[in-house]
Design a protein around this ligand. Structure first.
Ligand code: SAM
Ligand code: SF4
Length: 443
């Protein structure tokens, strides 16, 4: 048997890239590649890139520059760029960095095996098309190896919303949903290999409308189908858009036992003027009413969100409206970013906010979010949660897992295995995680 080749993948950006990297590794597994954790002993290096904020492309070029020495030592080493920078920059990457052999956009990963074979002949391979064929179907050969208790599963890709700041509709293309039967098959396969929690992924996951047995089905219907999969214990989904939060999905949060009480629902700003300029087509008020309805369905749900501060033309008053909204919602988690100009998007042409003012706003927002985050985490002390254990901790005999609310929980006890789901009483709240004691011995 020929010796296997080694593949090193470096992943930047969102969870969808993490999922895509796994699938690329599987696709190249068919070409005899096994993954390595070090670029130094790789036969192929793939950078799976993100283009959501500025300087991403520059970071990729400087990372590529670092591989010059390696390539000189190992002329057979193949270097590829995948992901949204590959989609946005295309051929420019090979022009600026001749050591790159392969450039592949997110919709063409199923073509990687042919592309890799092409590079072995000494030719360069470039594919940034948006082909009609179903890349997921062609990528379906996940190896049957056992895996950890949690997994991502992409159900929807692309976006038609065109928020004024965002590159996703350009780099990931139009919204496409995968057929339900294929998702359920993939989920079953993951469960057979040890997975107990699946996070459904999509740039606008709640806009999911994949084909079901009798026409298109909603994300809530898909979740109900997955709820029937034996051995699957937990379902999550991300990222959702407020306008696609349908009634059946809100209701599922109250009635579907495997759907976890955590929801990532980005709002971006609390100012209606800015939301309009962002082309978000919701208001702060409609978002707050939506959260009321979600909390009525599932009172203990922990909310999470995304914010952009310093969006063009944002005034101190607009920013205060964001602070007010955060104060009302009280997020358990939130991701806040300073606006980053993306060439080609409408907001790039508008009057930019002074960078020092934007920095100052970001700090104030993050301080408020951190305070709420800590209050919500501290409120878990004394409560009983169910923890899915994912790995061993740093201390002797310690195991770490996640509660249904996505808090990290550390437990010191004998007899817990990775993949166990146990009841834990929370005894302490630290900087970024909780500690607790085991209440149940079986699951
Ligand atoms: N589809 C999701 C939504 O509409 O809320 C968000 C997906 S986007 C990939 C992830 C986050 O990146 C956004 O919610 C936004 O906060 C942030 N983001 C996108 N473009 C940005 C930009 N130009 N500058 C700063 N943050 C940005
Ligand atoms: Fe980007 Fe999300 Fe807006 Fe789509 S809905 S354009 S992915 S921020």
């Amino acid at each position: 048997m020929s010796e296997s080749k080694k593949l090193f993948i470096k992943t930047y950006g969102c969870q969808m890239n993490v999922y895509d990297s796994e699938r690329m590794a599987e696709a190249l597994g068919g070409q005899g590649y096994v993954e390595t954790q070090s670029a130094d002993d790789a036969d192929m290096i793939l950078l799976n890139t993100c283009h959501i904020r500025e300087k991403a492309a520059e970071k990729v070029y400087s990372e590529l520059g670092r591989f010059k020495g390696l390539k000189a030592e190992k002329p057979d080493l193949k270097i590829g760029v995948a992901g949204c920078v590959a989609q946005a920059e295309g051929e420019e990457i090979m022009r600026r960095q001749p050591l790159v052999d392969l450039v592949v956009g997110p919709q063409s990963y199923h073509r990687l095996p042919e592309m890799e074979a092409k590079t072995r002949t000494g030719a360069k391979a470039l594919d940034t098309d948006f082909p009609e064929e179903d890349k997921f179907e062609k990528l379906k050969n996940r190896p049957k190896a056992k895996r950890g208790p949690t997994a991502f599963l992409t159900v929807q890709e692309g976006c038609d919303k065109f928020c004024a700041f965002c590159v996703v509709p350009y780099t990931r293309g139009a919204e496409v949903s995968r057929p339900a039967d294929r998702i359920i098959r993939e989920a079953q396969d993951l469960v057979d290999r040890g997975v107990r929690e699946i996070t459904l992924l999509g740039q606008n996951v709640n806009a999911y409308h994949g084909a079901g047995p009798n026409g298109d089905i909603t994300l809530a219907s898909l979740i109900w189908e997955l709820n029937k999969v034996d051995g699957l214990e937990r379902i999550r989904f991300t990222t959702s858009h407020p306008n696609d939060m349908a009634d059946d999905l809100i209701e599922a949060h109250g009635t579907c036992d495997k759907l976890m009480p955590y929801l990532h629902l980005p709002v971006q700003s609390g100012s209606d003027r800015i939301l309009k300029r962002m082309n978000r087509s919701h208001t702060a008020e409609s978002y707050l009413r939506l959260i009321e309805r979600i909390r009525a369905a599932r009172p203990d749900i922990v909310m999470s969100g995304d914010f952009i501060v310093g969006f063009p033309e944002e005034t101190e008053e607009d920013f205060q409206a964001t602070m007010d909204l955060v104060e009302q919602v009280k997020y358990g988690y939130a991701y806040s970013f300073k606006y980053s100009t993306r060439p080609g998007t409408p907001a790039a042409e508008r009057a930019q906010v002074d960078p020092d003012a934007a920095d100052d706003r970001l700090q104030r927002l993050q301080a408020l979010i951190t305070r709420h985050q800590r209050e919500i985490q501290d409120s878990m002390v004394g409560r009983t949660v169910r923890v899915l254990f994912e790995k061993t901790g740093r201390l002797e005999g310690q195991m770490v897992g996640k509660s249904e609310y996505l808090h990290s929980v550390h437990v010191k006890a004998r007899g817990i295995e990775v993949g166990d789901l146990r009841e834990v009483r929370i005894t302490d709240s630290g900087a970024n995680s909780l500690a607790g004691e085991l209440l149940s011995f079986g699951d």
